[in-house]
Ligand binder design. Structure first.
Ligand code: MG
Length: 269
């Protein structure tokens, strides 16, 4: 069997889009672990959130946080030296994003100058967040611990998005749509750039491997474009996000069920 490296989105892919449950993906993840196939989370979620899911699923590979803003690599994971920017707990961190303080300031400026009311998680009372996200306080705090991105809760028209993009660009920032919410982040950062860097490191570890990407939304497109095999799971029954990209294998199942289907397909080949 070929050596696979699997990159996966979390929300709406490995995790159920509404409940964030990974129950239906558990078996597939165990199959990857048993076959020593690295499973790399590549998600908008934060370090604190991804650590939680890694622990719950018994995954110990590198992971990509906040939409490609930083790569966390467990110490001694790669048996050779490489460049990293900082160290957090037992991880070596390659940073690609811009600090969240700069993003907060840019959003304040947009609200003031364009008379908009862009709101992030931090601008909302905890009880309202609990209702909106259906998560407990601890999980919400993990979601709030963003270092490189800010989530917007607004529903925005295409015109508003363009206007915001134009303003953000003045600070080297942009806005991108995930499964549910918009994220503001560095314009130089996306999931694809981070995947490319990790792939270069894996290329030193394995002589030959096939990189696989699994996603459900627009912010997964840069990741899906840089892998050998790109899979798109359904957003909801019989509906795939339109990514305008031909080199993609559409899976006829939603979220975690779609994720599991991809893993079974790979392992059967
Ligand atoms: Mg998603």
């Amino acid at each position: 069997m070929s050596q696979y490296i699997v990159y996966t989105d979390l929300d709406g892919t490995l995790l159920d889009i509404n409940t964030y449950s990974f129950d239906l993906a558990k078996e597939a993840v165990s199959m990857l672990n048993a076959n020593h196939i690295p499973l790399i989370f590549c998600s908008t979620k934060t370090f604190a959130e991804q650590i939680y899911y890694q622990h719950e699923l018994g995954v110990s590979a590198p992971f990509i946080v906040e939409n490609g803003s930083a790569i966390f690599i467990p110490q001694n994971y790669f048996p050779f030296p490489y460049h990293f920017d900082s160290q957090v707990e037992n991880y070596e961190v390659i940073e690609l994003g811009k600090p969240v303080s700069l993003i907060r300031k840019a959003i304040r400026d947009i609200n003031r100058n364009l008379g908009m009311r862009l709101r992030g998680f931090n601008d909302m009372p905890m009880d309202e967040l609990e209702r909106l996200l259906g998560l407990d306080k601890e999980k919400i705090n993990n979601a709030l611990a963003k270092s490189y991105t800010k989530t917007l809760l607004n529903s925005l028209s295409e015109k508003e998005v363009l206007k915001i993009k134009e303003e953000l660009l003045k600070n080297g920032l942009t806005v991108t749509k995930g499964s549910k919410f918009y994220s503001v982040m560095s314009v130089d950062t996306d999931k694809g750039k981070a995947v490319k860097i990790l792939n270069e490191l894996f290329a030193k570890k394995y002589k030959q491997f096939i990189s696989v990407g699994i996603g459900d939304g627009l912010n997964d497109l840069p990741m899906l474009k840089v892998v050998d095999r790109a899979f798109l799971v359904q957003r909801h029954k019989d509906f795939w996000e339109n990514l305008n990209y031909d080199n993609i294998e559409k899976i006829e199942a939603v979220s975690s069920q779609g994720f599991s289907k991809v893993i079974r397909l790979l392992l059967a080949q």
